[in-house]
Design a protein around this ligand. Sequence first.
Ligand code: PLV
Length: 309
Amino acid sequence: MKSTHVITPLWDSRPLSAAVGAPVLLKMEAFQPAGSFKSRGMGAACRAAKQAGATHVVCSSGGNAGYAVAYAGRQLGLNVTIVVPQTTSTWAKDLIRSEGADVLVHGASWDDAHAHALELLQQGQSVYVHPFDDPIVWHGHTSLIHEIAEASVKPGVIVVSVGGGGLLCGVVEGMHEVGWTDVPILAVETEGAASFAAAVQAGRPVTLDKITSVAVTLGARTVTPQALEWARRHPIISWVVSDRAAIDACLRFADDHRVVVEPACGAALAAVYGRAMPLEGREPIVIIVCGGAGVNRELLEKWDQQVSA
Ligand code: PLV
């Protein structure tokens, strides 16, 4: 079977190290073929579907999981249908279509798109691939941790963005596989999409009323229960940044490293540019630069104005 993700670089970042006053390494998941870490987990789920004999996969997505499934589907010869919410940009929908997938729009946020995708399934024989709540997806994401370990780097702390928590679960699972059970994780969300922070505070899954952040790909109203389960077994520190900080981080990162990422990724970067208190004394800081394809100069400018208003 054709490969659906690539090994990504681990950059030693002078600009971020200078900003925070400690060594910062960047795991460049923005360089995956579909622009985000999702290529790993969604690729694994698509391969499993193919092996099980599926010819059609359906996925609901804020954008990136769908793009990763569309890319993997084209590599593997699967028909693909992606359901996205109204908040997904035309830019992101066109990227998904460019891979040959069908795109349907349903609901105000990802949770509505997910419910609609499940209804579609009952009418046919297709396989559903979940963007974040599936052990296959988590296991697929673990490869990024193995790549860091193979570079002989032991992080002092890992910084990761959280939407539905699939990336977080994959990162912790991988860390336990390589023996990094003592390395803390800074789990970053934006205000208005902070379902993990709400769950950690309540000690149980919490469903947000709505998503109000510009980081629409962090916009799962409830995190997977597995993320909470890991929070009981591993040092995971929840951290919330403003949309303003996430956008500023995207703009600064584009200047610093000539790479454009979504606000979803800007959240993790903002925690480091902003010298989040839990990072102190922990080095090297490894940021999972999760990426995101639903971004361009025009969108960044639009969000910049939107969060200033
Ligand atoms: N995005 C999912 C869920 O959206 C999607 O369908 O695209 N960084 C980026 C660039 C992302 O696209 C996502 C998830 C995350 C971080 C968070 O990953 P998660 O959901 O596994 O915590 C609603």
